[in-house]
Design a protein around this ligand. Structure first.
Ligand code: 7RM
Length: 650
């Protein structure tokens, strides 16, 4: 294989001071193509690009490194095979601290990825085919993802907390031919029957031909002959263990990841190889100020974008040691995170505000019990971090000694967009601070006018492409155009509200659309409503988010039920059944925290639900509900207010 050798000046790409940042940022705006070409030059390409960037936001498209050829796994694996084969690539920490950990060197990871690539090939997976992964947080999940990338198949990881019905929707949307699963999944004290969930999903997934099942828990499962195969047996039966990386175009798709929007149906966000590769490595190294020798731990699940970009691709591209954790923060006790930090001498730690708040609530003793002196940088992602959680994280976990990088980004952006660079950008609690080089944020008012200067608040948009931006929504490019580029002509719209303070620092204020963020997980209100409405006694429902101490936002559902059903069963029974229905249709993560049975909803004469009013009621703030005169039946508001009292007495 002839590959261009990565350029030797790659040190100059690293930002090491505020001056470096300012210079890099200026260059990224003044000469974006030159800027990104210099960074892309540090990667291994089978063929260089003819043109760095081609784009148009009006009729959306953006293409990066046009004509270039590479394989992302050549850059994640083969590259390090030459320089640091024995360095640990992945440390896997199991759910149960008494079970031994697994360490995979770059050489071992390379071998395992190549071997499993051959398994996929044997089962007919070809370049461009879609493979769905529904698995626990085990090394084989990362191996499966990388094996897909190696042979040019498009991976679609579905978070293993989703229900069978949510899984089958995603499989069908992608028309996947192979699914990778496991027998079970150890989560805290639970052993979740993964295979059984997949089997149920596959009853309505005609595109799936094969299921490859990893043995993890030893749970008894049924194997369907001709369709289901054991992962370990397939490896034993291999005759070929090496696997050349498929040469891919920079603009070939790498993966699909489903995410919630403001309609009921999740969107398959598609990321393409070249730009995603360049941006995830660049952002990983600079935001965390990664150095050789760092032990890096991101506590996310690979089922979300954070796990894709900052457990798997970013760290492996950088040749780092990345920790994968199977368990949960509170098992066997609330000291689990800190015990793992101590065990591996974690230096870079990346988690979510919801986890910070949940652990803060358990008291400081858990943190004090462990030696956290290895920590150098703390990261936060997924939702706005409130001041109290920020301070607690900074003081108790970081011992006033570790910069916090509050990283704002989205599934669609592929990588971190607005964030401090650790130890370089002066931080300010609750502020994501400044854009990364290459990122040009703007704030727009309701009319779509750019708000210039500092001390302004508006809708956060991005006015210039960056390499890892969403290319399309799978199977429906028009939806991508409408959702992200239809709102404001010529801009990518994030769905977030944002303030730029007098210092020019950005503070994310939360979603301005019908998306709620529960424990850092995105949920469409329409999606939850659709699930609730599946209950036979439900006539109509409206879901809103409300402030929740631990989760950031909780889910509050106002539900109209059939009068007869209400009369026949108790309200408690109905609530229980509605929760079951939601668990069945989406998964436990979408269960409403509060369900209020109502007889009507506040609607305008044109039939639109006035969510503003419901949000106020859910917050427990009914003093000023604003103008209700346009409502069809203003009296309904008083009734809902009255009924809500039961939730606001404690
Ligand atoms: C990475 C991820 C995206 C939404 C986004 C925001 C919110 C994420 C922050 C944040 C404030 C942050 N992808 N969000 N990070 N809000 N500060 N540092 O979370 O697609 O699942 O969610 O999450 O609302 O639009 S995501």
């Amino acid at each position: 294989m002839r590959v261009s050798s990565p350029n030797k000046h790659h040190k100059t790409m690293r930002i090491r001071s505020l001056e470096d940042y300012t210079a890099a940022y200026r260059k990224s705006v003044d000469e974006p193509e030159r800027f990104w070409a210099d960074i892309a030059d540090t990667f291994i390409w089978n063929q260089k690009w003819d043109k760095v960037l081609d784009w148009n936001f009006e009729d959306y498209y953006a293409k990066w490194f046009i004509g270039a050829k590479t394989n992302i796994t050549t850059n994640c694996l083969d590259r390090h095979l030459l320089s640091q084969p024995e360095k640990t690539a992945i440390i896997w920490e199991p759910n149960d601290p008494n079970e031994p950990e697994i360490r995979l060197s770059y050489r071992q990871l390379y071998e395992k990825v190549c071997a499993f690539s051959n398994v996929l090939k044997k089962h007919g997976v070809k370049k461009g085919d879609r493979v769905v992964l529904y698995m626990p947080m085990v090394p084989e999940l990362a191996i499966g993802v990388l094996a897909c990338a190696r042979i040019g198949a498009i991976h679609s990881v579905v978070f293993a907390g989703f229900s069978a019905s949510a899984l089958s929707d995603r499989i069908n949307d992608a028309q996947a031919t192979v699914v990778l699963s496991s027998d079970g999944n150890f989560r805290g004290t639970k052993d979740i029957a993964v295979k059984a969930i997949v089997d149920e999903a596959l009853q309505s997934c005609p595109s799936i031909q094969k299921q490859i099942v990893l043995k993890r828990t030893g749970a008894k499962v049924e194997m369907q002959q001709g369709r289901d195969f054991w992962w370990h047996q397939e490896l034993e039966n291999l005759t070929q263990t090496d696997c050349e990386a498929e040469i891919m175009d920079s603009e070939d798709p790498l993966f699909i990841l489903y995410t919630s929007g403001s309609t009921g149906k999740p969107k398959g966000v598609v990321h393409h190889i070249g730009g995603y590769m360049v941006y995830t490595k660049y952002s990983f190294e600079n935001v965390f100020q990664y150095n050789e020798g760092d032990i890096y731990w991101c506590t996310a699940d690979i089922g979300w974008i954070t796990g894709h970009s900052y457990i798997v691709y970013g760290p492996l591209l950088a040749g780092a040691t990345t920790v994968m954790f199977e368990g949960v923060p509170t098992f066997p006790d609330a000291g689990r995170f800190w015990q793992v930090v101590e065990k591996y001498k974690i230096s870079l730690f990346y988690t979510a505000p919801t986890a910070i708040r949940a652990l803060q609530a358990q008291g400081d003793a858990w943190v004090k019990k462990h030696d956290l002196s290895s920590l150098r940088v703390l990261g936060s992602v997924g939702e706005p971090i409130n001041e109290e959680a920020w301070q607690w994280y900074y003081q108790n976990v970081g011992k006033n000694n570790c910069p916090i990088v509050d990283t704002w980004w989205q599934t669609e952006t592929g990588g971190i967009m607005i964030s401090p660079l650790a130890g370089i950008t002066p931080t300010k609690p609750t502020y994501a601070t400044l854009p990364l080089p290459g990122v040009q944020p703007v704030l727009l008012d309701g009319e779509g006018k750019e708000l210039k200067g500092n001390g302004v608040e508006g809708n956060l948009c991005i006015k210039f492409p960056w390499p890892s931006m969403i290319r399309t929504t799978y199977g429906d490019h028009e939806r991508c155009q409408q959702t992200y580029f239809g709102m404001y002509k010529g801009y990518y719209f994030t769905g977030d509200g944002c303030r730029r303070d007098p210092d020019g620092y950005y503070r994310i204020l939360g979603r301005v659309d019908d998306v709620i963020n529960v424990s850092g997980h995105r949920m469409g209100t329409a999606e939850v409503e659709d699930a609730i409405n599946q209950h036979p006694a439900v006539v109509e429902s409206a879901v809103v988010g409300y402030p929740h101490e631990i989760k950031g936002q909780g889910i509050y559902a106002f539900v109209i039920c059939d009068g007869e059903a209400v009369a026949q069963s108790s309200i408690e029974q109905l609530r229980k059944e509605i929760l079951q229905t939601v668990t069945q249709h989406i998964g436990a993560i979408a269960k409403p925290d509060k369900i209020q049975i109502v007889t009507g909803l506040p609607k305008t004469r044109s039939g639109k639900i006035m969510r503003r009013i419901l949000r106020k009621i859910a917050e427990g703030d009914t003093s000023n509900l604003g103008d209700t005169t346009t409502l069809l039946d203003p009296a309904v508001v008083d009734e809902i207010k009255e009924g809500a009292k039961e939730f606001h007495t404690a």
